[in-house]
Unconditional design. Structure first.
Length: 180
């Protein structure tokens, strides 16, 4: 398939980053980079109209079925990050667009954060219990205990406490958010 006019690649986060890496990747190819700033689905549909591909660096707005329909002709939506939960992958497939992501993005940073957090947890499970009380209603006994001033005693086995906390809270604490 010949494409005589330049391919247009919309790149979100246009004013937040320079395009040095992207320019180097596409150097010598018939590609025009279009940096845009988006904050809403309306911005996505309007500012990326006519793009052949999208590189989303910040995922500030979801790619709903309506947005994907408005990106007529767009054949690639590339998420420069781990998750694609804000992209309607079924709508993209129906429109003939590929959805890509970078599953290894920040894996070292996330693992460092998890290790550091688990070390801090082992040193102070009481502090973790208070954090949970502030973040979720599911540990209501911890919340009441902290409000009454009775405090929380450290459990002998931190893993028992961790397993008693809702999965999303536990996952959020360890640097990732997982929907249960």
């Amino acid at each position: 398939m010949s494409h005589s006019s330049p391919f247009t690649v919309g790149v979100t986060g246009g004013s937040a980053y320079d395009l040095a890496v992207e320019s180097a990747v596409f150097d010598g190819l018939n590609v025009d980079l279009r940096p845009v700033d988006v904050e809403s689905t309306d911005d996505l549909a309007g500012k990326l109209a006519g793009a052949d591909a999208v590189m989303d660096r910040l995922m500030t707005a979801p790619y709903t079925a309506e947005v994907i329909d408005a990106l007529d002709g767009c054949r690639v939506i590339a998420r420069c990050g781990i998750g694609v939960d804000k992209i309607d992958c079924e709508a993209a497939a129906a429109a003939g667009a590929y959805v890509l992501n970078v599953p290894s993005y920040c894996e070292h940073e996330v693992s460092d954060h998890a290790l550091t957090s688990s070390t801090r947890l082992k040193a102070s499970p009481e502090r973790f219990a208070f954090w949970c009380a502030d973040e979720t209603q599911s540990v209501s006994s911890t919340r009441e205990s902290s409000r009454s001033g009775s405090g929380i005693s450290a459990t002998p086995d931190v893993s028992d406490f961790l397993l008693s906390v809702d999965t999303p809270v536990r996952a959020h604490f360890f640097g990732t958010f997982v929907r249960a």
